[in-house]
Write a protein that binds this ligand. Structure first.
Ligand code: ZN
Length: 104
């Protein structure tokens, strides 16, 4: 099992830029993968100012994907940033992850 885990971590979702694997839990019925964006920050959707000031984070579950008889459960760590622009009315915002938008 250790060999499988190492190989899966090495994959690091090569088709999805900016996503890294935090942890991986593999058993007979379920493969659970914890991922998060690897970018340092995000742009405020209102004023466009870049921020790397993390306000907090929470888990989202974008999809449960069956794979070879096992369920693959993605746990996506989504961060909330503080907008650094004093005049912006949007004090905090959640990073946008386009591939995870549907059904999340
Ligand atoms: Zn802003």
């Amino acid at each position: 099992m250790d060999d499988l885990e190492v190989r899966l971590k090495d994959l690091s979702f090569p088709a999805v830029a900016g996503v890294g694997v935090l942890s991986l839990d593999v058993n007979v019925a379920i493969v659970r993968v914890d991922v998060r964006c690897t970018t340092a920050g995000a742009s405020c959707p209102l004023c466009g100012t870049w921020s790397d000031r993390v306000h907090g984070s929470y888990l989202r579950f974008p999809a449960d994907v069956p794979s070879g008889g096992s369920s693959v459960v993605l746990r996506l760590r989504v961060r909330r940033f503080t907008c650094p622009k004093a005049s912006c009315v949007r004090r905090t915002f959640v990073e946008q992850i386009p591939w995870a938008a549907a059904g999340a």
